[in-house]
Design a protein around this ligand. Structure first.
Ligand code: SF4
Ligand code: SF4
Length: 81
């Protein structure tokens, strides 16, 4: 999944909905991002999003997260990182 940041209103509803065993969604500066390496595709973040700005990421568009997206999970000592 990926978040269209041009539509996102930074409400954090998706962040709270992402199951803790995946924990794929993080605040990153003013953005909310999904770490593609951690996302299972479980869809639990979709319904809570009030503006429907989370979309499936086509397999052929999958790319590793930029290095700076890992700053928050690493600084939080995320056990899954
Ligand atoms: S699809 Fe599931 S694992 Fe991926 S970001 Fe959404 S809630 Fe988290
Ligand atoms: S639920 Fe939707 S609008 Fe809210 S932070 Fe997540 S992606 Fe952005």
């Amino acid at each position: 999944m990926y978040i269209d940041m041009s539509q996102c209103i930074n409400c954090d509803a998706c962040l709270r909905a992402c199951p803790p065993n995946f924990g794929a969604i993080f605040n990153h500066g003013i953005d909310v991002v999904i770490l593609p390496e951690l996302c299972s595709g479980c869809d639990k973040c979709l319904d809570p999003c009030p503006v429907d700005c989370i979309y499936p990421l086509p397999a052929d568009e999958w790319e590793p997260a930029p290095d700076d997206w890992w700053e928050e999970p690493l600084s939080a000592n995320d056990p899954y990182v």
